[in-house]
Ligand binder design. Structure first.
Ligand code: SF4
Ligand code: FES
Length: 351
C-alpha cells in the first residue's frame, strides 16, 4: 500500500496553506497568489535546476518549523528553500525584505544599459517592472558599465549581452530542449557572459524558446526586432497541427491588424511557458515561431487573456468589430494595384 504523506502547514504573510513536503516557499506563495508572491527572475518552473541565481525572491523566515522555531539568521532565496511544517515566512510584511530586494534590483541594474525606450522587451520586462516597483528606475552608478558587441546567434536570435542579468534560464533551456547545447556562460564574475562556443550558430529546431525564457531583452527575436512596441500589438491565442513531435503547436500571435508580427509560446501569470492539456510545458518549434507569420497558417482561438495591470492591456479589446476596409471605397470601387509594406523596404530597421 502506498505510504500516505502528511502535508506541511506553512504561513506566508499571515496566510496559512497546506502543501506537500518538498514544495519550495516560492511555490507555496504562488499557490496563495496575489501580492505576497515574491518576484522571480531566474527560477522557471519547467526548467529543471533553475533558480538560486538572482536573489530577487528573498524572503524572511521568522520561524523555521514547529520542531525548531528559531528564525533563519539571513534572508533566504524562496525558490530554493523548501517549506517545513509550521514554518512562518514574511515577504511583504517583512521590514527587511523590501530594502534587501531593492538592493538586489539595484545590483542587477548596475551594468544594465537602461535602454527601455528602444528595447523590444519593454512592456513585458520583469526587470523593468522590478525597477519601477522598487524605485530603482534611476541609477547611482558612476563607473563605466561593461559593454559587449551585439551578437547574432544564428539567423533568428540576437544576443544583446549588455542587458543580460546572467539568470542562466537560456542555458538551462538550451540544455534541456536541444540535443547539442552550443551556448553557455563563459568566464566568471564581472567577466561572465552568455556566449556560443566560438560563436557557433544555435540551429536547433527548438532553440527559439530561449527568447521566451529570457526575463529581459538580452535574447530577442530578429524577425520582430523594432517592428512594434508590444503594447500596440493585439495578442491572440492560436494553434496549428505541427509535425514536430517536440512542439505543442499552441501559441500566441502578436498582431497589428491582420499582420502577424511575432509568434511566442503561451505564458502563464508568472511569465512562464504554460502547460498544455497533457500537463507538459508548451514549448514551440522554430518553424511555428519564425516561419508561420500568416493568419492562414493558424486556427484562431480568440484574444489572449491579459492582466488588467499589464501595459499590454491598453490596446486589447475583446469582442472588437473589425472596421470595414476603406481602400476600395476611397478608390471608387477599384482595388489598389500595389500596397507597400514599409517594413520590407525600409533599411532603417535593420540594426
Ligand atoms: S540571456 Fe537572458 S535568459 Fe540568458 S542568462 Fe542572460 S538574462 Fe538570462
Ligand atoms: S528566483 Fe530565486 S534566486 Fe532567482
Amino acid at each position: 500500500m502506498a505510504e500516505q504523506t502528511t502535508n506541511f502547514k506553512v504561513t506566508i504573510d499571515n496566510i496559512t496553506i497546506e502543501v506537500a513536503p518538498g514544495t519550495s516557499i516560492l511555490e507555496a506563495a504562488r499557490m496563495i497568489g496575489g501580492d505576497i508572491t515574491p518576484p522571480a527572475m531566474c527560477f522557471y518552473t519547467p526548467l529543471e535546476g533553475s533558480g538560486g541565481k538572482c536573489r530577487t525572491c528573498l524572503v524572511e523566515v521568522s520561524k523555521g518549523s514547529e520542531k525548531d522555531p528559531r528564525p533563519m539568521p539571513k534572508l533566504v532565496a524562496s525558490c530554493r528553500t523548501g517549506v517545513m511544517d509550521g514554518m512562518e515566512v514574511k515577504n511583504i510584511t517583512s521590514e527587511k525584505v523590501p530594502d534587501a530586494r531593492a538592493g538586489v534590483v539595484e545590483m542587477l541594474l548596475a551594468n544594465h544599459p537602461l535602454d527601455c525606450p528602444i528595447c523590444d522587451q519593454a512592456g513585458e520586462c520583469h526587470l523593468q517592472d522590478l525597477g519601477y516597483e522598487h524605485g530603482k528606475e534611476g541609477t547611482r552608478y558612476e563607473f563605466k558599465r561593461r559593454t559587449f558587441e551585439r551578437l547574432d546567434l544564428g539567423p533568428y536570435i540576437q544576443l544583446h549581452m549588455n542587458r543580460c542579468i546572467l539568470c542562466y534560464r537560456c542555458v538551462f533551456a538550451a540544455n534541456q530542449l536541444s540535443d547539442k547545447r552550443e551556448h553557455g556562460v563563459l568566464d566568471r564574475g564581472d567577466h561572465a557572459q552568455i556566449s556560443t562556443f566560438i560563436q557557433n550558430n544555435l540551429d536547433n529546431d527548438m532553440i527559439g524558446n530561449v527568447i521566451d525564457v529570457c526575463p529581459v531583452g538580452a535574447l530577442t527575436d530578429k524577425t520582430f526586432r523594432f517592428k512594434n512596441r508590444v503594447w500596440f500589438t493585439n495578442p491572440i491565442d492560436a494553434h496549428r497541427n505541427c509535425d514536430n513531435p517536440k512542439c505543442c503547436g499552441e501559441v500566441t500571435l502578436w498582431n497589428r491588424g491582420e499582420d502577424v508580427l511575432r509568434v511566442t509560446a503561451r505564458k502563464n501569470k508568472w511569465g512562464e511557458v504554460m502547460n498544455t492539456k497533457d500537463g507538459k510545458p508548451g514549448w514551440i518549434c522554430n518553424t511555428c515561431r519564425f516561419d508561420k507569420k500568416s493568419m492562414k497558417d493558424w486556427t484562431i482561438e480568440g484574444p489572449m487573456k491579459v492582466s488588467r495591470h499589464s501595459v499590454i492591456n491598453q490596446g486589447h479589446y475583446q469582442n472588437a468589430v473589425k472596421p470595414h476596409e476603406t481602400i476600395s471605397i476611397v478608390l471608387d470601387g477599384r482595388q489598389p494595384k500595389l500596397l507597400m509594406n514599409i517594413h520590407d523596404i525600409s533599411g532603417v530597421n535593420k540594426k
